[in-house]
Design a protein around this ligand. Structure first.
Ligand code: HPA
Ligand code: ZN
Length: 340
């Protein structure tokens, strides 16, 4: 089978996806109109033309501005339903979605509205298509730990109502200058409530940020983590503890973490024995959902068929699904591979 079709058909899990980052310009305009919000752009084309980033912060400025069109439960439903449709088209059967409540609560949108809209879309997708998913609440690291604690406090009363979906906390936004240690107490509290912990680290920040995510936050997965390669001792720790990295190649390219995809270290991280996964991060902003990330990376790094199967399998292994569910997905993956 031709490699392109083989990659597209692989069953996949997506573990690093900011739902606000799946807001396509068309929907941004439609929601702006529905909610009477004025956007600083004349057209959908003008929005896309503005997506020319120099680093993480230049992206975050537009990403937070775009999220201002999200106001009602139906807005969050529509956003999430559109993502699920794109993910299913790429043969994603399980997704763990990040969401940033602080981006919305600070504009007066209630926490409950955010949860309700995302969850209703995910439950509909489960019932209608068997699409599996979870939600991971991210704290914005450019804000204070007190604000993160207040966010966790506001979300905890919703825990029972969303027990089937909300399974963890994460840490995102501007990394440099906001080390993981700043959030030690809020992560400890979240873990006490049985929530999983993940954190963005080693995207723009140096290896000590990855150490901090592991040791201060007890992160079970590292989001990005590509700069771990600069520290051999850290590489040994990630390998021996089998800590997955949720790598986002097109994001790294668009935010200039790498100059050229051919220089991306994903293949080296994989060949060093790390549990590397491929993910789309903010697909509406970075030019591609899962299949585009797999295809572009496979081509740029000349990944073998076996390596691509390994990466797809890692997505299931690194997920927070049950062992039984993971085995079922891995069987499905191996059946696909045998048949193609
Ligand atoms: N890094 C940090 N914060 C983010 C990202 C990212 O890649 N995407 C959305 N928020
Ligand atoms: Zn991210």
């Amino acid at each position: 089978m031709e490699m392109h079709n083989f990659i597209c058909g692989l069953p996949k899990a997506e573990l690093h996806l900011h739902i606000e980052g799946s807001l396509e310009p068309e929907m941004m305009f439609a929601l702006a109109q529905r909610n009477g919000v004025t956007l600083p752009y004349a057209s959908v084309e003008a929005v896309r033309a503005a997506y020319n980033f120099s680093d993480l912060q230049s992206f975050l400025d537009l990403y937070y501005a775009g999220a201002a069109v999200l106001q009602t439960e139906q807005d969050f439903y529509d956003l999430t339903a559109a993502y699920v449709q794109r993910a299913r088209a790429d043969n994603v059967c399980h997704a763990e979605l990040f969401f940033d409540p602080q981006t919305h609560t600070e504009r007066g949108v209630p926490m409950a509205t955010v949860f309700a809209g995302i969850a209703r879309a995910l439950r509909d997708a489960r019932e209608q298509h068997g699409f599996s998913s979870r939600m991971i609440l991210c704290f914005l690291r450019h804000l204070s730990e007190e604000e993160a604690l207040a966010t966790l406090e506001a979300a905890l009363p919703l825990r029972e109502a969303y027990a089937d979906l909300w399974i963890g906390v994460g840490l995102d936004s501007g990394e440099v200058g906001n080390p993981p240690e700043k959030f030690s107490r809020v992560f400890a509290k979240a873990r006490e409530f049985g929530l999983h912990a993940v954190a963005h680290a080693g995207e723009e920040g140096p290896p000590p940020y990855v150490w901090g995510a592991l040791d201060a936050l007890k992160a079970e997965r590292i989001d990005h983590g590509v700069r771990s390669e600069e520290d051999p001792e850290l590489m040994r720790r990630l390998a021996s503890d089998n800590v997955p990295l949720t790598v986002c190649p097109l994001s790294n390219l668009k935010l200039r973490v790498v100059k050229d995809l051919r220089e991306h270290n994903l293949a080296r991280l994989l060949r060093a024995g790390l549990c590397v996964t491929i993910n789309s991060d903010d697909p509406a902003y970075f030019g591609g959902y899962m299949n585009n990330n797999f295809l572009a990376t496979a081509e740029a790094l000349q990944l073998s068929r076996e390596e691509l199967v390994q990466i797809a399998g890692n997505g299931f292994v690194a997920s927070f699904a049950s062992d039984q569910q993971k085995q079922a997905w891995l069987s499905e993956l191996h059946e696909y591979v045998s048949a193609h």
